[in-house]
Design a protein around this ligand. Structure first.
Ligand code: SF4
Length: 746
């Protein structure tokens, strides 16, 4: 179907030499962005397809309109990702748009502790500009930072990152994506030379051995699990996970390793693969470097040590090695169980090393495959302009800065020459008094950030906090001095990039309520109010920005310069990167594209690198006072992250417990006198949380599991981080548990 065009007044003057931010006459108002209108050129009873706005699977959904209103949806049957399937969140994707706590007008808090009260866009943006400029004047440009998200469209991410850094002089900005996939980014960059998940979803169907590590695919990525179920090769499905998850129950082999013993486990596995001659020496010789050093490194990881550390016996390890070694097409997949660890990057690389040494990469059904989380985490990885410069470029590289400045027609001096602080460093910067102003866009850190109380203390220390969000009731909005009301998914246009690198379209099929605007149009207004419009003269619509991004990607591994417009993406059923102009002729809806089929990686010498390290102690081992390990993670396929959207659906609410619960092993429960559904107190060194006991052998003795969707879970977690990716380690902290009878509820 035809791409919809937002009708904007063409009030932008011709490009002239950019002279840096300055005050200038405002000639645009919110009304110029279609406020109060439904600017969709669509037949009132049309059906159109969009990409789901929850997870990184990137399913296609058909939105059905009646009398100009989006009234229902069905999964798209001919979309190559989901083939007519959707999980509960996808089926309910329209419901959260109707919630009665939608932000419908800008809101301002005149004094701390007071209420947010409605204001208009002019007042809100005048306040935004005046307050942030004052903070920068008093404390330096670097004293204002932003925290963004993997939930907005790529064009908005790019606009935000460019506006903040090239227009507002902000140096530090990161995304909530730091919480889910920073590890994979760093691991791939170091091992392959670029952040390049190599797979296509068809690989789930073509493997004869599927190894899932720290990944509960059944509920975290249910449609990817459906792709596994379509596999006609009767595959061995191996789950490596401390918990007996839904996926572990459905697998043919489950290895319940001790939490955070992964690195020892994989080095031991590599050693036994080597000893059993399951090494692809021709591949190593032709396409890798560092194998000899890796060979020497793994010699010390004996099966006895693996058993002592991970609990997996030598016989189990031998059987696992034989299954992998005898597989013809072995694929390795990991998610947050790996990414959210204290030595996460090296663990991800231990998995990559095994794929490389066994030659399981670049062929159908193979790969060292990180599955990401949010619907547009992959867009953020390439185009958010936070820790990496637009288009997968490097802030520290002068040539990259020149290229970007040239394409954007801005002065190169506007581009910072170093990457941003990471999320945890920004939070620390607030505590240290270096960051005084913060702009939070479409994320809810007061719920989701690790060691929550410390995050909340940081929010209270800020001189000025702006939150830009769809809702008025998130935990983070409680701290906001200013709330900017944003449109949600399906209320705006743009693109997402899914886990298999597929660029897909999001379309405006519903009007945002009240005075809410798309994030894109909020950024355009801020551009004007801040006085830096000249630098963004060509950033007039999401599609125009997309075309800029395709230019920025030219010559990069993620080159998408073959994609000329949104219609092309629609017609092809999404397009995986890379897509150069010469690739376009071969595209069709069944086209599945994986990387490294030619064995050439992105390092200068085109070889993949073996990278490894000695295992490190967790930051907070158990002891006599806190003798149990707390794991956190996804609870059900009906819940999404901090539940700002999924809890709005009565249908979804029926699919999961409404109050916080903790899984505890029956033997531990017996020892502690805890019965099913008792209230228990879970205590860490940071807080105590009362939860309902779910007595179940899904967790091992000495371990507890608490879903991350309940805000209190992160009162318990400890702020420790992988040293390379700075991703938080949500998967291990020391706690104690006791009956809540005779204890005060938290
Ligand atoms: Fe949406 Fe993910 Fe569910 Fe697909 S699996 S419908 S993308 S939430």
């Amino acid at each position: 179907m035809a791409t919809k065009q937002v009708t904007l007044k063409k009030l932008i003057p011709p490009i002239r030499q950019w002279e840096g931010p300055k005050t200038q006459r405002l000639v645009r108002t919110p009304g110029d962005f279609g406020l109060g209108q439904v600017p969709v050129e669509m037949k009132p009873d049309a059906t159109t397809n969009v990409i789901c706005g929850f997870c990184s699977t990137g399913c296609g959904l058909n939105i059905h309109m009646k009398d100009g209103q989006a009234v229902s949806l069905t999964p798209t049957t001919d979309y190559p990702v989901n083939m007519g399937m959707a999980c509960p969140k996808g089926w309910e994707a329209l419901t959260p748009l109707q919630a009665n706590d939608r932000a419908t007008t800008p809101m301002i808090r005149e004094q701390r502790g007071g209420k947010l009260v409605a204001t208009d866009w002019h007042n809100a943006l005048t306040e935004f500009t005046t307050r942030f400029k004052r903070v920068q004047k008093e404390h330096g440009k670097e004293s204002v930072a932003f925290i963004s998200t993997g939930q907005i469209v790529t064009e908005e991410m790019a606009y935000l990152g460019a506006l903040a850094k090239f227009g507002m002089g902000i140096k530090h900005g990161d995304g909530n994506t730091r919480q889910c996939m920073a590890t994979a980014v760093v691991a791939y960059k170091q091992s392959f030379g670029f952040d390049a998940p190599p797979y296509t979803y068809q690989d789930f169907e073509e493997s004869d051995v599927i190894v899932l590590v720290g990944s509960n695919l059944c509920i975290a990525h249910p449609i990817m699990w459906q792709r596994v179920e379509r596999n006609q090769n009767n595959p061995e499905i191996i789950v490596i996970d401390p918990r007996k998850t839904e996926t572990a129950v459905a697998a043919t082999q489950h290895y319940p390793i001790t939490p955070k013993s992964d690195l020892v486990f994989f080095y031991g596995l590599a050693k036994i693969l080597l000893e059993k001659n399951y090494v692809d020496e021709a591949f190593l010789e032709a396409h890798c470097e560092g194998y000899q050093e890796f060979y020497e490194h793994i010699q010390k990881f004996t099966l006895d040590e693996v058993e002592q550390c991970s609990g997996i016996t030598p016989e189990q390890m031998e059987y696992l090695a034989e299954t992998i070694g005898n597989g013809q097409r072995v694929s390795f997949w990991w998610t947050m169980g790996i990414n959210q660890g204290h030595e996460a990057v090296r663990t991800a690389q231990a998995i990559i090393n095994i794929a490389l040494m066994t030659g399981n990469i670049g062929r159908p059904g193979t790969g060292a495959n990180s599955i990401t989380g949010q619907c547009n985490a992959m867009g953020s990885r390439l185009f958010s302009n936070t820790t990496g410069l637009l288009g997968g470029h490097d802030f520290a590289n002068a040539q990259d800065r020149e290229k970007v400045a040239d394409i954007l027609d801005i002065d190169v001096s506007l581009i910072p020459d170093a990457p941003s602080m990471a999320y945890d460093q920004i939070v620390n910067g607030i505590h240290d008094g270096k960051i005084k102003g913060l702009w939070v866009i479409a994320t809810n850190g007061a719920h989701s950030w690790i060691h929550q109380d410390r995050y909340k203390e940081a929010m209270e220390k800020l001189d000025y906090l702006v939150v830009q969000d769809m809702y008025t009731t998130t935990e983070t909005v409680e701290y906001a001095d200013l709330l900017l009301p944003a449109a949600g998914w399906a209320e705006k246009d743009g693109t997402f990039i899914n886990s298999e690198r597929r660029v897909g379209l999001v379309k405006k099929v519903a009007k945002a309520p009240g005075d809410a605007l798309s994030d894109f149009n909020i950024f355009r207004l801020i551009t004007d109010y801040w006085g830096c419009r000249d630098a963004f003269a060509s950033w007039t619509s999401p599609e125009k920005v997309f075309q800029l991004l395709t230019k920025l990607s030219e010559g990069q591994p993620c080159d998408i310069s073959g994609i000329k417009n949104y219609q092309q993406i629609d017609a092809q059923g999404g397009i995986q990167w890379p897509c150069l102009p010469q690739d376009v002729a071969g595209l069709n809806k069944d086209n599945q594209r994986r990387l490294f089929g030619d064995g050439r990686f992105y390092h200068t010498n085109q070889r993949a690198k073996f990278i490894f390290a000695d295992p490190q102690q967790v930051a907070e081992p158990t002891d006599k006072d806190f003798s149990m390990i707390l794991l956190t993670g996804r609870g059900s396929s009906a819940q999404w992250h901090t539940q700002t959207r999924t809890k709005k659906s009565a249908v979804l609410r029926k699919l999961y417990p409404q109050s916080i619960y903790v899984e505890i092993h029956p033997d531990d429960a017996d020892d502690l006198g805890i019965k099913p559904n008792d209230l228990v107190l879970v205590k860490s060194r940071r807080a105590g949380v009362t939860a309902t006991a779910l007595v179940t052998p899904t967790v091992q003795r000495g371990q507890l599991f608490m879903p991350m969707h309940y805000a209190k879970a992160n009162q318990l977690t400890m702020g420790s981080f992988d040293p390379y990716s700075r991703q938080p380690s949500y998967k291990f902290c020391a706690v104690a548990v006791m009956s809540a009878v005779n204890t005060s509820p938290s």
